[in-house]
Design a protein around this ligand. Structure first.
Ligand SMILES: [Zn+2]
Length: 287
């Protein structure tokens, strides 16, 4: 199957009361792990690549080519979207779109609102004629993910959410509401009332970043309040690193890199399967 945008998968998820998992990928093993998990679970899935991961992988064209080739070799028939995560500029989003990404996030959340809206609209105007979907962000997600660092969460403003959706015509919205990138220190305080208010007002799928480590009941509540896409990154890093560390510590003679990387890959796959089941998307790719 060809890569698809997130339009249909998010609409079906919103209507069906479940969420689509967005998993950041950083190397060949992670891409294989996420695709295998989605195939086994018969689940739609979104592979996310940040600008940093694009550089690590060797460029936008490389990221697109690896994923497309693996989908063919692995006979992947579930819907898969390739998404630029936290695109920092209009140019980054255009590069991703020109290289086969089917969805992009333009993250202008750290700019003044007017500037955020202007750059978001510019990306939408470039993306939509090509069938590519666009996600935008308001407020500030806590924690750190690569070069993105925040002192603490700042909740999104309802009126700005309404304005942005109305004028930029985005496909999905990330309203920061208390989640954070990276492992949580203590239980996060999620603005559920505000989530409901925003969801009822903008009537498009909401996205939750910082989905790693959130208690299952908070995940389920978010889905019930209009969250249709949940981003996961830290939990896969933790699983991969723990497994590889243990393998190397337990066997000091081990030197074949593919032996321990394959174990790390399996742990990412298991983590992803757990998330797909938690989000309720398992089995949703069956026609
Ligand atoms: Zn994020």
């Amino acid at each position: 199957m060809q890569l698809v945008s997130v339009r249909d998968m998010l609409k079906k998820a919103l209507d069906g009361g479940y969420a689509i998992g967005h998993f950041d990928v950083h190397n060949l093993e992670w891409i294989q792990a996420v695709l295998e998990a989605a195939k086994e679970e018969k689940s739609p899935v979104i592979l996310g690549v940040t600008e940093e991961a694009v550089r690590y992988l060797g460029g936008y064209s490389v990221a697109g080519a690896i994923i497309k080739s693996l989908m063919k070799e692995m006979n992947i028939t579930v819907p898969v979207a390739l998404h630029l995560d936290h695109g920092q500029s209009v140019e980054s989003c255009k590069s991703a779109i020109d290289n086969g990404f089917t969805s992009v996030m333009i993250d202008g959340s750290h700019f003044p609102f007017e500037q955020n809206m202007k750059m978001t609209k510019e990306v939408v105007d470039y993306a939509h004629p090509k069938g590519v979907t666009v996600e935008a962000e308001l407020g500030s997600i806590g924690g750190q993910e690569g070069i993105l660092k925040s002192e603490g969460p700042v909740y999104a403003d309802l009126n700005e959410c309404i304005e942005l959706v109305k004028h930029a015509k985005i496909d999905s919205l990330t309203p920061a509401l208390g989640t954070a990138h990276g492992p949580y220190k203590g239980e996060p305080v999620i603005g559920f009332d505000k989530m409901e208010e925003i969801s009822n007002s903008v009537k498009i799928p909401l996205v939750m970043h910082g989905g790693s480590g959130l208690p299952p009941e908070q995940i389920k509540k978010s889905i019930a309040l209009g969250t249709a896409k949940i981003n996961v990154n830290a939990d896969n890093h933790l699983a991969f690193s723990k497994t590889v560390r243990e393998e190397l510590n337990q066997n000091k003679e081990l030197y074949v890199a593919s032996d321990y990387l394959a174990k790390g890959r399996s742990s990412v796959k298991e983590t992803v399967i757990g998330k797909l089941r938690l989000f309720g998307s398992s089995g949703k790719a069956i026609k």
